[in-house]
Design a protein around this ligand. Structure first.
Ligand SMILES: [Zn+2]
Ligand SMILES: [Zn+2]
Length: 324
């Protein structure tokens, strides 16, 4: 089968990659469409030391099992199901987990992927393939309210106008009317004003360009979606004493900064990763979120290297891969 493979040094398109053979608890999924994510770009820079087929945001058709013939999306953490962490209800933190396209498990930039049956969710008919590709990052955005209590009058800043910042802003705008999205690109910020057809979309209250934004240290919650080492220091300059910073960004390599202000101001820092797929599918099904305006380009899997190159462009939002 075709696959986009990173060997630790170089990225290549392979025509002869072996089709995965599913384990007993796994299902073979024929991939229809996949999305390129910031994490993929970080992996190519050495994050996680990943080797194998990239790609973890996708929709496909189950080839076997109880969902055979259905369109499916897949949670990305493959847990063991038997350790104390899994038993304690934290399967996404299973120490023996693999992660699709990120950690010891081949991903979805390929004709086929093998995934555990328990990771799969059937996609409602009303959700198109293009929309379904956003399920995984949208679920990650819904992880914020799952972790941090946010009040309807909390003042929230989302730092970053890229793919994840956009989705987090949309999710948070449904909770509080005081969401400000701060970015560097007017055309990306403008996408937040594009409601989907039907549904009850709620746009964030305000957008601002970073260089024009007047910082004041009175925000209850600041969400860092910048993908940049400068995100956390910027968030610290905005959050109020005893406020909360949510880190959605994973940056390859080390970061240094002064930690004393976090102690002095008793700031809570919350790391936030994967989230609830059922919640994301529900929001897509009800047109509560607007994802299609984020699609900047689409490529066939056979042009996958060009797609990944395009995804790293400064003005690019989401790049999709058409696979079948
Ligand atoms: Zn991703
Ligand atoms: Zn486990």
């Amino acid at each position: 089968m075709r696959a986009i493979v990173f060997d630790g040094q170089t990225l290549s398109l392979r025509a002869d990659y072996p089709t995965p053979v599913p384990d007993d608890d796994e299902v073979l999924v024929r991939v229809r469409r996949a999305g390129v994510c910031e994490t993929d770009l970080q992996l190519i820079k050495g994050y996680m030391g990943f080797h194998g087929v990239l790609g973890h945001e996708f929709v496909g058709v189950a080839e076997s099992g109880p969902l055979k013939g259905r369109r499916v999306v897949s949670e990305i953490n493959c847990n063991c199901g038997t350790c104390t962490t899994c038993d304690a209800g934290r399967p996404s933190h299973c120490p023996d987990r693999t992660v699709l396209g990120i950690l010891n498990h081949d991903g979805a930039f390929a004709d086929y992927i093998a995934v555990p049956l328990r990771n799969l969710h059937a996609v409602p008919d009303a959700i198109s393939d293009d929309e379904a590709v956003f399920t995984e990052p949208l679920a990650a955005a819904f992880q914020i309210p799952a972790q941090v209590p946010i009040d309807h009058d909390d003042r929230v800043v989302v730092l970053g106008d890229g793919r994840l910042g956009n989705l987090c802003a949309q999710v948070l705008a449904r909770i509080t009317k005081y969401v400000t999205v701060v970015g560097k690109h007017p055309e990306k910020l403008a996408l937040l004003q594009s409601p989907p057809d039907g549904g009850d979309y709620i746009a964030p209250a305000a957008t601002a360009l970073l260089f024009e934004f007047e910082p004041s240290r009175d925000y209850d919650v600041v969400v860092d979606c910048t993908g940049s080492p400068t995100g956390l220091p910027t968030a610290l300059s905005l959050v109020r004493p005893r406020g909360t910073i949510v880190l959605k960004t994973t940056v390859a390599g080390e970061q240094t900064m002064a930690w004393a202000p976090i102690v002095i101001d008793e700031v809570t820092i919350v790391g936030s990763r994967c989230g609830p797929f059922d919640r994301a599918l529900k929001a897509l099904d009800a047109n509560q979120v607007s994802v299609l305006p984020m699609i900047s380009a689409r490529y066939n899997l056979s042009d996958g290297l060009a797609a990944i190159d395009r995804a790293s462009g400064k003005t690019t939002m989401k790049v999709l891969l058409d696979i079948q």
